[in-house]
Design a protein around this ligand. Structure first.
Ligand code: SAM
Length: 422
């Protein structure tokens, strides 16, 4: 039972619209019949009290509040509700709107807000029966079937305003046919590579932070791995998340998922987190969560990243070759502990040419062996250039000469090894 306070009159200008209301239903003055509502409020006042939090954030009635302002009414009746969880607030915002005719696009946005909340809070109560998740969500927001919900979601995800209006003004089917005809279901995105050659030129997701002092991979590698290896609602873990590029790419997923956009849960950890989205964790102490559907690890490269991320001794970037190799085995074991049969785990690394010792250090082969030894098989290997030649500076020219002279080529290929737990 929700605790409410008695109805009171409050200055309409003190009321604050809830961000979710704006996100789902848009600006009130753009909604249908808004002028009629203003006229009715001008004639009769606000008859039904608004529901607001104790901080005067509107949970129900943001159209009425705006209409009252337009009608020049200063004070309107509100009923305050106390201590509500984010889920309860969302439920109030949406269910209290269910008495009015809502557009299909609004219903989709309600569903997206519920899904987002579910992901961010790991709320199991929204979908007690996971196998009926889509059906429950579709009915909860007012669609007659899962199928029409999915069609409407694709139309909203297309971000094509004319199609969304067509759906809202005519029918879901009309807009869906048009989307279908123009090939709107194509999964085409130039970011996603059709072969194992993941050459990104130009790079769509370059460095996201200002610091030049530490390593990074093009976010495009994340996009391709997520595209090929992650299913809807998977729990994806990046335990060496560095700058948080994984999250950046996930948030821009409409750019590479096209109309087949879907959500998954993403958890980020690092020994030395660079953003607050990343939790501190030493991977050498074990895997940070019990279970992961997909693991993505962009290892610090041996011999190339000493003191790049931190001065810590547990930082594998700072280890000598033998300690580094032991750490790799330890990391493989940690991954195996968190994954069941059939789950995928991607490790990224190039080999390393040690010009002082005049040898190639075959880390890639060592990684393959380590993951096999703890119960994985190689699922797929893809390749991406580190573009070391792209800076044609003096240092690179010298290195090129040394490489040729010593008949020991520089290593440029990042090998993206994906293993399957067996
Ligand atoms: C190549 S970077 C990852 C960069 C990342 N892909 C990004 O998007 O920025 C490797 C990361 O491994 C982290 N690292 C090194 N040793 C670690 C350890 N023992 N446990 C967890 N993270 C570690 C470093 O702090 C660094 O951020």
């Amino acid at each position: 039972m929700i605790q409410t306070e008695p109805i009171e009159m409050i200055e309409v200008t003190r009321l604050i619209p809830h961000p979710l209301s704006l996100q789902i239903y848009g600006e009130p003055h753009n909604t249908t019949n808004f002028e009629e509502l203003v006229e009715s409020i001008r004639s009769y006042g606000v008859l039904e009290p608004l529901v607001v939090t104790t901080k005067l954030v509107i949970l129900s009635g943001h159209r009425r509040a705006r209409a009252a302002m337009e009608a020049g009414i200063e004070r309107i009746p509100v009923r305050k509700v106390k201590r509500l969880s984010k889920l309860a607030q969302l439920e109030l915002i949406t269910t209290l709107n269910h008495h009015r005719h809502r557009l299909p696009s609004e219903m989709v946005r309600e569903a997206l807000a519920i899904e987002k909340l579910e992901h961010s809070t790991n709320q199991k109560t929204i979908f007690p029966n996971p196998s009926k998740r889509k059906e429950t969500l579709a009915t909860r927001v007012g669609f007659d079937s899962k199928r029409s919900f999915e069609k409407a979601k694709k139309i909203v995800s297309s971000n094509d305003q004319s199609l969304i209006e067509l759906m809202d003004q005519r029918t879901i089917t009309t807009a869906y046919r048009k989307l279908y005809k123009r090939g709107g279901f194509s999964t085409y995105s130039s970011i996603i590579k059709p072969s194992d050659n993941w050459n990104f030129s130009p790079v769509q997701y370059p460095r996201i932070d200002k610091s030049e002092s530490h390593g990074y991979i093009p976010g495009d590698i994340y996009a391709n791995c997520f595209w090929y290896f992650v299913k809807p609602n998977d729990l994806v873990v990046d335990p060496m998340a560095g700058s948080g590029m994984a999250k950046h790419v996930y948030e821009h997923r409409h750019e590479w998922m096209g109309t087949n956009i879907y959500d998954f849960r993403l958890m980020l950890f690092d020994l030395t987190p660079q953003t607050e989205d990343i939790e501190q964790h030493d991977l050498l102490k074990g895997f940070p969560v019990d279970k992961a559907d997909y693991i993505f690890i962009d290892l610090p490269y041996l011999g190339m990243a000493n003191k790049t991320y931190s001065n810590k001794k547990q930082d594998i970037a700072n280890m000598n070759e033998s300690a580094y190799l032991k750490a790799i085995t330890r990391i493989a074991e940690a991954c195996a502990d968190a994954q069941k049969m059939g789950k995928l785990c991607t490790i990224i690394s190039p080999n390393y040419t040690d010009h002082k010792k005049q040898k190639v250090v075959n880390i890639v082969e060592y990684i393959r062996e380590s993951w096999r030894s703890v119960g994985y098989k190689l699922y797929l290997e893809t390749y991406s250039s580190r573009r070391i030649q792209s800076s044609q500076g003096v240092t690179m020219a010298k290195l090129n000469n040394i490489a040729k002279e010593r008949r020991l080529p520089l290593t440029d290929m990042t090998v993206i090894m994906t293993f399957e737990r067996i």
